[in-house]
Design a protein. Structure first.
Length: 620
């Protein structure tokens, strides 16, 4: 049997294949995915689950003229392989390579850039309406997972789409069996029947026939809803104004092709429910799809190796997420008012132990960041002390709720903000580049950034004791290796810490930038201060440093615009102090994926970069 994948460079090549060849192509794609991702790392389980769906979409739809919008983008590797990027998969999520998510400037087949969830229906509806306005027959398809469907924005889009007559198809990729019962032959048959022209024509005809007899028409609609509701869970989507089809087996190419082929001929909003299995075709991933969701390099034959037991005398450095998780459990043991909230990031945020030990006080609200913050506000109103564990990039989605529902009411909500700064392979969509800028301008907020693990623990405790809105912002992964003290103590609010006394130049380091600042300070004989607080700022210390030095340098792993350095500049201006000020941080651009340390170096935020920038500034 001749291999097929090597001859498929673009969807036009795919469409030349006979339908009978497609299962072979699916098998080859799975082998390629496993082999490729094992060498680069990336999202494995979700991509193995969408192989047949991706093949069927590109086989039936005229891409890129027809628009495919993938929600989040975790499941788009097969899409990338079939759209001219097979050879580029060797540098997936690496500097200079292709992104792990769809990007409009990477390929014309990437109709919409995605990295955050629940956006696909809105974007695809916009494209469908654009086609309608331009009298085009072009089709738009949104592919959304059952997890992303928990996002409020998805329901806003469904509500709007159902009220329009645009040619939009929403495909629900249900890969956790969380909505439907197991799929069988009867459901597949019904889906093919209800997606066909005969059913659609019969439905339209009956509506015309009974239009003059409203009671009969209403009875007919209710009867249809009842019959469909007995075998499929489509009532909700029908109420939104969609024609619901499914659920169907997302790994049965014949069913997928027939159903999609029928749907493409229909007008108006359509909703197709497809059930897939995460990790499909790779036993290790099928058995533990969570472990294989996002993977590092591994041996495909043996799977992901178990982590070696670390010797007791040399424990592994904890990540900041683990420091947070340990603090959360310790604090919860002391205070029954503590509740922990996460928008679907339990494992990533370090909340697994808390969820097990304090299940009644653990709340995973799903992919619903806006709800998470206002839910926390409601709990805080009635005497509880919520701690919201959230990634910096996802907090952006709940900015109004932070201002309107928490800060204005001055409620005691602690934001434990993970992934502050650059995040490496996930790139610009997941970087926490802006939080210091958008947090420090909010009244009533206290904003802290720890320089090491112990400081992170103590800042979390400090924030919890404040009784006002507060944020502790820490980076992804491990810190410098400081041992977090079991004892918890409140830090003096708004006070920095002198870490090195020097001459001429004073470096004001915020959060993760203390380590490179200290290294640069040694080379330059500069004063180095761990600022700790972005808001309130230690104005007294800043003014003292200004009196004693020729140059102040602010360093932060955040956008320079509006960030911590801008706060220092404002402080100096307010007090009428004139001094040379060098603000170092992330540039005014979206920084693509790469290795974290190299990304910092490229931004001039390693020790060598700081020395170079300061030397040039002093020389000037």
């Amino acid at each position: 049997m001749q291999p097929l994948l090597t001859s498929i460079n673009f969807p036009d090549d795919l469409r030349k294949l006979d339908r009978a060849q497609l299962p072979q192509l699916a098998a080859e794609l799975r082998c390629f995915l496993i082999e490729s991702i094992s060498k680069t790392g990336g999202h494995l389980s979700s991509n193995l689950g969408t192989v047949e769906l991706t093949i069927a979409l590109h086989y039936i739809y005229n891409t890129p003229d027809d628009r495919l919008v993938w929600d989040v983008g975790h499941q788009t590797y097969t899409h990338k392989i079939l759209t001219g990027r097979r050879a580029a998969m060797g540098k997936l999520r690496m500097a200079g390579g292709i992104a792990g998510f769809p990007k409009r400037d990477e390929s014309p087949y990437d109709a919409f850039g995605t990295g955050h969830s629940s956006t696909s229906i809105s974007a695809a509806l916009g494209m469908a309406v654009a086609a309608q306005l331009g009298n085009s027959e072009r089709r738009a398809v949104a592919i959304i997972g059952d997890g992303a469907l928990t996002g409020g924005m998805a329901f806003e889009a469904l509500n709007n789409a159902g009220a329009r007559d645009a040619n939009l198809l929403v495909i629900l990729n249900d890969n956790d069996m969380s909505i439907s019962r197991p799929v069988g032959a009867l459901n597949n048959y019904l889906a093919k029947l209800m997606s066909g022209r005969f059913y659609a024509a019969m439905r339209r005809g009956s509506e015309k026939m009974f239009k003059g007899m409203p009671p009969v028409l209403e009875f007919a609609k209710r009867a249809e809803e009842h019959v469909k509701g007995m075998v499929i869970p489509g009532t909700l989507f029908e109420e939104f104004g969609f024609n619901y089809i499914g659920p169907i087996d997302g790994h049965d190419l014949d069913v997928l092709l027939d159903t999609l082929g029928n749907i493409r001929q229909l007008s108006g909003p359509q909703f197709l429910h497809v059930v897939t299995q995460k990790g499909k075709g790779y036993a290790h991933a099928e058995q533990d799809c969570v472990l294989y969701h996002g993977v590092s390099k591994f041996d495909p034959a043996n799977g992901i190796a178990a982590k070696p037991v670390q010797p007791e005398v040399q424990p592994a450095k904890p990540t900041y997420a683990e420091v947070f998780g340990k603090w959360l459990c310790d604090m919860a043991a002391q205070d029954e008012r503590l509740v922990g909230i996460t928008p679907a990031m339990c494992e990533g945020s370090g909340m697994v132990e808390f969820a097990e030990r304090f299940p009644a006080r653990y709340f995973d609200v799903g992919i619903a960041e806006q709800h998470a913050l206002t839910f926390a506000a409601g709990l805080a109103c009635d005497g509880y002390k919520p701690v919201v564990a959230i990634y910096s990039t996802f907090l952006q989605r709940a900015y109004d709720q932070l201002i309107h529902d928490i800060a204005i009411q001055n409620l005691p909500v602690v934001l434990a903000i993970d992934r502050g700064g650059l995040v490496g392979a996930d790139g610009a969509t997941h970087a926490g580049s802006f939080d210091l800028s958008y947090l420090r301008c909010i009244p009533n907020m206290t904003v802290m950034a720890p320089s090491d693990e112990d400081e992170c623990r103590q800042m979390l405790y400090t924030a919890y004791q404040l009784g006002t809105p507060s944020a502790v912002r820490y980076p992804r992964g491990c810190g410098p290796g400081a041992v977090a003290s079991q004892q918890m103590r409140a830090l003096p609010v708004g006070k920095g810490e002198l870490r090195r006394a020097g001459k001429r130049v004073a470096i004001l380091a915020f959060g993760s930038m203390l380590a490179p600042a200290l290294a640069a300070g040694e080379q330059l004989d500069a004063t180095v201060v761990n600022m700790r607080f972005i808001k309130p700022l230690d104005a007294g210390l800043i003014l003292q440093l200004a009196r004693e030095h020729e140059l102040l340098v602010t360093v932060e792993e955040n956008a320079v615009q509006g960030g911590a350095g801008s706060a220092v500049a404002e402080c100096l201006q307010q007090h009428g102090v004139t001094i040379a000020l060098l603000q170092l941080g992330l540039p005014d651009s979206f920084i693509e994926q790469g290795e974290h340390a190299q990304m910092l170096a490229d931004c001039g935020l390693d020790a060598a970069g700081l020395v170079k920038a300061i030397t040039v500034s002093v020389g000037a």
